[in-house]
Ligand binder design. Sequence first.
Ligand SMILES: *Cc1c(COP(=O)(O)O)cnc(C)c1O
Length: 486
Amino acid sequence: MSELLTSSTVDLYRALISQSASRIATRFAEVGRPSSGASRAELQTLVAAVDLAGPGVGASHAIREIDELFLEHAVWFHHPGYAAHLNCPVVLPAVAAESILAAVNPSVDTYDQSTVGTLMERRLIETAAGWVGFESGDGVFTSGGSQSNLHALFLAREAAIATSDLTRAEALPRLVLFATASSHFSVGKSAFLLGLAEDAVIEVGDDGEGRMLPEALDAAIAAASADGRVPMAVVATAGTTDRGVIDPLASIAEVTVQRGLWLHVDAAYGCGLLVSRRYRHLLAGIDRASSVTVDFHKSFFQPVSSSALLVREPRDLAAGAWHADYLNPLENEEPNQVDKSLQTTRRFDALKLWSTLRAIGPHGVGDMFDAVIDLAAEASDLVEEDPELELVGRTQLSTVLFRVRPEGVGTEEQDRLVAAVRRVLFESGRALVAKTVVDGRPCLKLTLLNPQTTLDDVRIILGTVKDAATTLAGIDDELGVVGAKA
Ligand SMILES: *Cc1c(COP(=O)(O)O)cnc(C)c1O
């Protein structure tokens, strides 16, 4: 029997989906830590042992195996012990919509493949553009913030070339963009992919905590122009990945408007503020941007992928339009979203956000983001008050950067403990934290994105961190192996 989803296999569909739902439900009810802690060697052996060349074991058996392999060893972002990266627990209406999507399998590249889906996506784009303050903005859903940033900088590049009196070949090596050292790595990568010069990303000074200084920006633009370079865009970050701080958007917009420059706001992390009742003011000035990246799969609690690029001027998107006779010929009047996207076949990710907004409303999402912002502030206080811990700056969103300092441990050893502690925790599977480097020194990072995580949960993570550090510092005294483990 064919195991495709067709009208003759609806019973199999029901059975498989309920089998999957029941496996997932059991895991969610019973999972006791964010990951199994199995070693890579163990996992490699389990993965290699699966026969992918044979005739198959049947769908039900395959799902059972996935439960035993994937779900057994998955990383659980909903678990309060997960506090590493910008992965969020997901809202249920979005999960349900995702399973609908998978079954229907629409693609929103052309209208004739998606019809009402295209119109729903466009309505959501208008809604999100409205949250930003773009009166008649446009945009498109993308695979993620990195793609949105690449797309935005591509549009900025095209606009800069069009308005300069240089040819494309003359302009390319001269184009420059401005961002701080804390901007996301996809900014530098985009400049590379867009064929800009190696020194095209000009680093703008910050306030010591990662926020761009508008005066430094203005001076950097003037210096680059005097140098014969062609300023193309300014990338401001609304929620830096590590510190969770927000560039002063209104003052930056003053500079970009004055200089006639494209302002791109990377709000991949901070976009949840758009629907916040209490913290929306942190994004003041975002409406003056030319383009904005929003990652619904970060602060809107959506399953990956769900992200969008929004633009203030709909015509700006036309720079990426390309035509194919079979798909979107020039004379076609249907609203083909492929004209606006870098992708062709594209997921109808908008459906998940749609079901979320209908289920709990934008403020329902915003309240959840507010809760993790408040939690991070309280967690920062906890760290600050603890003599065994050292807080590394304050966030405006939901990260907590810190180091451990067991008694009698100096700076150098403190730095070495960062990687060692993270690894011990990772291998235990009990609590997952991240590590990063701030101002040249390593530190641990909690990214809090679970509105149900309590301060007591954070206390438990911090306790685990301190225990690991104390043990490692002891080992270090006797054997000197912390550095080796790191
Ligand atoms: C996560 C992040 C990105 C990249 O988004 P992806 O969805 O992971 O591609 C871009 N910018 C910032 C500030 C981010 O935090």
